[in-house]
Write a protein that binds this ligand. Sequence first.
Ligand SMILES: [Zn+2]
Length: 401
Amino acid sequence: MLSAQKAGILKRGLARRLQNGRRLLLRGGENMDGQWTNQDVKRANRSRVFRYFCEAGTSSLPEAARALGMSLPTVTQNVKALTESGLLQAGGSLDSTGGRRAKAFCLCARAHLSVGLSVTAGHLGGVLLDLQGQVLHTKRERLPFAPGEAYARAAAAFLDAFLEEAGAAGAPYGLGIALPGILDRTRGLLTRSHALGLRDVPLSALTAPFAQPCLLLNDANAGAFAEASGGGLPARFFYLSLSATVGGALVENGTLVEGTSFRCGEIGHMTIYPDGKPCYCGKAGCLDAYCAAKALSKKRPLAEFFAALQKGGAPEKKKWRSYVEALSIGVHNLQMLLDCPVVFGGEVGAYLPPFLPEIRAQVAARDPFADPAPLLNCRYTKEAAALGAALAERARFLSEV
Ligand SMILES: [Zn+2]
């Protein structure tokens, strides 16, 4: 376990990161008060140059200056500093456009790796990214969650094996963890996780099994972050995660909306049928009771369920009708409130593309305007929460360069 002093440092570190996260929402080098300082401008320039190399991989200095609209001396100075930090290095190959080749610099993509872990009631998943955002390794293991030392040891062993398999043992890395629970960043608490059976657990206790500070995220928020990072989606959308539990997240202007009590998007516990089926939260008639993966298939893989459904199996069709009815009520309510596209993610979301017209028709039938906002497929069908946690950790690292 962490000492109180170390936990304090961790909490302050998280607060600083959150502040950094908020800073990213501001324009350029503007600070929290809307004022620019020299230091802010320098930092923003450093960050822009580094992000450029994270995208481009390899570039000459004149090419970087042109792409960034910066002066050559500013780019040169920042590339020198980034090279001294071990984040860039001289070299790499550039396509010749004739004439003398400009000296190239390239990203040291493994100078910092980002690990995302996804904790669920039954499994632990992992995704490893390099600085360019390339997925280097993924892993998923059955590991039932149970608070205590044994689980903490198993999770730490999973991480060690994961890094070893990726050939990244000993490499510098940061850790993001996605889990199904409400994370109150103001109080530094996981206030509630029905799925994991936790209440009012300090965030420091959750990260204690790991050697370094971690970024913690709600699992649906992590999935939404992955989708938002993937590009191609509108700036405002709702991510509906349909997995072992049902959750959601609202993205506005490319940023997650967390809500007053960090519960924004908890659509799994929206009442669909008053006094309906019992939900694991203790209430009845929640969307989760009708639209979690187990509503379709308790034991066999979802792939088998959907294969049987597409062959016209009667028991599958019955379950599917009930599933789509509840889903369309939930999505309709959501759209009446938010009027934005809905992205279907999670384990069930991965199988929904062929059924979108049917779901859309049922949502439209409930819509008094008969014109619901678009329903979209997710881009990431596997380990989206772990990927989102890794991407958020990578974003944190980039914001601090
Ligand atoms: Zn519920």
